[in-house]
Write a new protein. Structure first.
Length: 189
């Protein structure tokens, strides 16, 4: 928890990136599939870099940092595939996005489950994970959906997950401050 609370800013940054991505996707309803591919690729790549940076900064004392690196590598890979192969079909894009969303969602749910004894409000992180898994399942269930419908689903997911991540990040900051203050009170210098 100390590692998470010290690095609450990475969680908030990931949330803001998701919100910006979602807003751009929703407010450009005429977006072409190629533009959506490039936008998603950029988002997944940046999200992956943020996850890896967070893991690297906190690798000491955090036994689960390799899982975060794995999620980051998956995001970077998904981003690079979509950026360097924008000509892939809509169905292939749906599968890439769905796989990424499900894997990231499961990892987020696992993290929330581990944190439930440490903090209150972990439901925000769990809900973000559940939203990601739900998005992945919806995309896999309807691979023939048009690019516009896909963009709307992805935009709504990104905004909702981003808001939850931002709220969770600020909650981590508050928890860290309380813990720090409590340590100062019980062990004055």
């Amino acid at each position: 928890m100390e590692v998470l609370s010290r690095n609450w800013g990475w969680v908030v940054l990931r949330g803001f990136v998701a919100i910006v991505f979602g807003v751009l996707t929703l407010f450009q309803p005429g977006i072409t599939l190629t533009a959506l591919v490039l936008l998603f690729g950029a988002y997944a790549f940046v999200d992956g870099i943020c996850a890896i940076a967070w893991a690297v900064v906190n690798q000491r004392g955090e036994p689960r940092w390799p899982a975060l690196v794995s999620i980051g590598l998956l995001g970077i890979t998904a981003g690079l595939v979509t950026l360097f192969r924008p000509d892939i079909t809509g169905t292939a894009l749906l599968i890439v996005i769905a796989a990424w969303a499900i894997a990231a969602g499961v990892a987020t749910l696992a993290t929330a489950f581990r944190l439930r004894r440490e903090i209150t409000g972990e439901w925000r992180l769990a809900l973000a994970g559940l939203l990601a898994v739900t998005l992945g399942v919806i995309l896999l269930a309807a691979p023939g959906a048009g690019a516009l419908a896909m963009a709307l689903w992805i935009g709504v997911y990104a905004i909702a997950a981003g808001v939850l991540l931002v709220a969770f990040g600020f909650q981590l900051r508050t928890w860290g401050r309380r813990t720090h203050d409590a340590k100062l009170t019980t062990h004055p210098a």
